[in-house]
Design a binder for this molecule. Structure first.
Ligand SMILES: [Zn+2]
Length: 333
């Protein structure tokens, strides 16, 4: 049971255009602080007591979605998708891929070297952020409003310089439906707490911008399955898509499926859906609730929805696909 009180140590703020709801992605009605969101649209097991209504959601990527009022006043407006795409492409070009990361992606994730290159995996290790920012600026890019980057005060206290924060790991692009890079995510070399992934975002910094909760659209080289698969996690979606030959949507976390639903309605209104959440949906209460919410919402759109079933030795559909296991499907509606 989430104890509401322990989370209310930071003031809640209403969502707005710069800071969408971390759960449903909408820009009105909901509110959040650094640890929790009160979403008015997506249900959880924790109904907010009293007249206010809404449901409590524990946040996965808390700090990036929260800005104190003081920081919100100076925050940058998020740059356009085109600008983010260009900056992120140039940024990834300046990075290389360390041998131990190549090994991780080929041996443990089942990707080929060609796929690794095409998808654009890079290592974010041992870099000097201010130097990389300087190179990007010298190449003619503006970093203003591009999530991840922000202005930091210099040591003398008489000016600012562009930089970014990072924890070492593999960085990879989160693509939109047109293949544009809408955000970057990092698979951390050393998990921080129970977090293995982190979005490249600077929403918690003065002059920074939040990347929100983007849905990664993984598209295979050849489509063999016309259904749209939905899973939790962008890297998982990418690997799964390559192996099964279907478009796979990857959510940032189990409870941020609402933007996926929106994308499905807009871009794939006729498609049948395959739900492929991790198997902890049967054991982890939090994931179970999120998955149930997604299924119920998608079932209401009068499409056919199936659950992907696989060998229970594998937690994720990607692991099963890498190991060459066949999927079975169970109709949900
Ligand atoms: Zn919401």
């Amino acid at each position: 049971m989430i104890q509401a009180k322990q989370y209310i140590n930071q003031p809640f703020q209403r969502v707005n255009r710069k800071q969408p709801c971390p759960v449903c992605g909408k820009t009105d009605w909901c509110s959040f602080n650094d640890r929790i969101a009160i979403c008015m649209r997506v249900e959880s097991d924790h109904l907010v007591p009293g007249k206010m209504g809404g449901w409590l959601h524990k946040l996965v990527e808390s700090p990036t979605y929260y800005r104190s009022d003081e920081i919100a006043a100076t925050a940058a407006t998020k740059a356009s998708l085109e600008v983010c795409d260009r900056v992120y492409r140039a940024f990834l070009n300046l990075l290389s891929l360390a041998p131990y990361h190549i090994k991780e992606l080929t041996e443990h994730r089942g990707l080929t070297v060609k796929e690794i290159r095409e998808i654009g995996f890079k290592s974010l290790i041992e870099v000097k952020p201010w130097q990389l920012c300087k190179r990007l600026i010298n190449m003619g890019f503006s970093l203003e409003g591009v999530p991840g980057f922000y202005l930091a005060p210099n040591k003398k206290g008489d000016g600012y310089y562009w930089c970014f924060n990072y924890s070492p790991g593999i960085v990879f692009p989160l693509l939109d439906i047109q293949g544009k890079i809408q955000a970057l995510q990092i698979r951390l070399d050393k998990p921080i707490g129970d977090k293995k992934y982190r979005l490249f975002s600077s929403g918690n910094q003065h002059t920074g911008a939040s990347c929100g909760v983007p849905i990664h659209v993984a598209q295979p080289e050849v489509i063999k399955d016309n259904r749209i698969w939905v899973t939790e996690g962008a890297l998982k979606a990418t690997i799964l898509s390559q192996r099964i030959g279907a478009v796979v949507l990857g959510t940032v976390s189990s409870n941020t499926w609402a933007p996926a639903l929106e994308l499905l309605e807009k871009s794939f209104p006729e498609s049948d859906i395959v739900e492929a959440y991790d198997l902890d949906k049967y054991t982890n209460h939090h994931v179970k609730t999120a998955c149930k919410g997604f299924r119920e919402a998608i079932a209401m759109t009068s499409r056919q929805v199936s659950e992907a079933m696989w060998d229970r030795h594998f937690k994720g559909a990607d692991d099963a696909a890498i190991a060459g296991y066949k999927f079975n499907f169970r109709k949900i509606n």
